[in-house]
Design a protein around this ligand. Sequence first.
Ligand code: NAI
Ligand code: MG
Length: 500
Amino acid sequence: MSNEMLNHVSEANASVRLGPVQQLIDGRWVDSASGETLAVESPANRKVIAQLPRGGAEDVDRAVSAARKAFTAWKSITPATRGKLLLRIADEIERQAEPLARIIAHETGNALRTQARPEAAQAAETFRFYGGLASELKGDVLPLGDDMLSYTRREPIGVVGAIVPWNAPVILCAIKIAPALCAGNTMVLKVAEDAPFGGLFLAAICQQFLPAGVLNVVTGFGIEVGAPLAAHPGLGKMSFTGSTAVGRGIMAAASERILPVSLELGGKSPVIVCEDGNEDRVVQGVAMAMRFTRQSQSCTAGSRLFLHESIYDDFVEKLVRQMGSYKIGDPLDEATDMGALINRKQFNRVCGYIQDGLDNKDVELLTGGLPPTSGPLAEGYFTVPTLFRSTSNTWRLAQEEIFGPVLVAIPWRDESDVLRMANESHYGLAGYVFTRDTARGIRIAHQIDSGFVQVNQGKGQILGQPYGGFKQSGLGKEFSLGSMLDGFSRLKTVTVNLDI
Ligand code: NAI
Ligand code: MG
């Protein structure tokens, strides 16, 4: 990346060099058609990081036209050539990983060491993974005898519309851009208004290697620029990550034109700890599954904890100690484990859930509670890890996605009861089981109604393994070869009579 692109020194923190703060349309960095902007603030101190173009329908139109124009040439390049470009992009992301990670930490409030650096590294790996899979975009031949040639071919769909949220903004961009472009599509990506700069920095790296118009990025509010994108007649496919409520609207808009959609939505994933799970490694696994070091702003978070009653008190004591061990503070500080929530709306929402727990006579606060109202943490949207004891799986805190570090621990006795409770949810994204009896762990895993279940660990998505939710957690898979083939290409059958 040229130094020119890195010229924007943040006022809030001089150690963060932003890349472009404009939209990318047809290979050029541009303001919104209206000239309007919106302020993006740092969650850690509420200071304005930079102004962002407040895009709208006209910007979407321009971006989709550019992507349509670029499609003809891009789809004609061989997959192997496109794959090579992705591999060069991966190398460049790796070279720029540190500035990218600092942008992520600054704009999301996610801690640099625990979250932002791994995210930047994973973005590079994502481009490398899909770049290496380009030659898998192949078809089959059906043997019908010497006089017939009948085969399938994988074709790109056209212009892919992509909308991403702010919680892991760069990896969520990468997981859409890399497979979509590898398969020969072009893209109009809408980055999140709360954390747009990591995605724009990533786009700037991509743009060094891509023809103009192959990747376009629009910015602004969901309703003003996201909705016109989702409704645009020029799209061939829509890929959305975010809330279930908005996902529903995306699907409704797509139904007008029978547009294929993939949706990666919310979760309220169960964590089941069996009687033999009263161990430190399990405590750590549970804490990791809950993603405390991302302030639990993760769709995959294991946010309903089912503890066997025989170990409940002892386990909770250990967990409370673990939850109190995180250093909370400036996301850019190397010592920080846990940063701030993204914005005031989410902060107020999470505090509302905590207040609800405090007001509920049937539940007990075990640690945490409402965030401090004075001192350094009050300067940003910081919250503290919070644990409630509850016997019910049906109240609001046990059913709704909180997207903050608020965990509910529910005791269980019989396996059938815990499985019933685990599956008592509209969501079905992830699940976690902890037991030394691996056969039992697998049995339970098979009965959890979720798309991604882990036994004896609480880690994140794995490149190569299809990731995606059941029930209202979504539609379609990401992170795998299959997701590129099924999600970003279409299959055509060609049958040729050779007997002429
Ligand atoms: P959101 O779903 O409103 O935002 C996600 C993306 O969609 C953003 O880029 C936004 O600008 C865009 N968007 C919003 N309204 C739109 C519309 N009408 N048409 C097209 N695009 C639109 O999520 P939000 O408001 O940031 O967070 C609310 C809740 O959603 C969270 O508390 C959490 O429960 C859930 N969420 C889930 C995520 C996941 O990874 N599955 C990520 C972010 C939020
Ligand atoms: Mg919203």
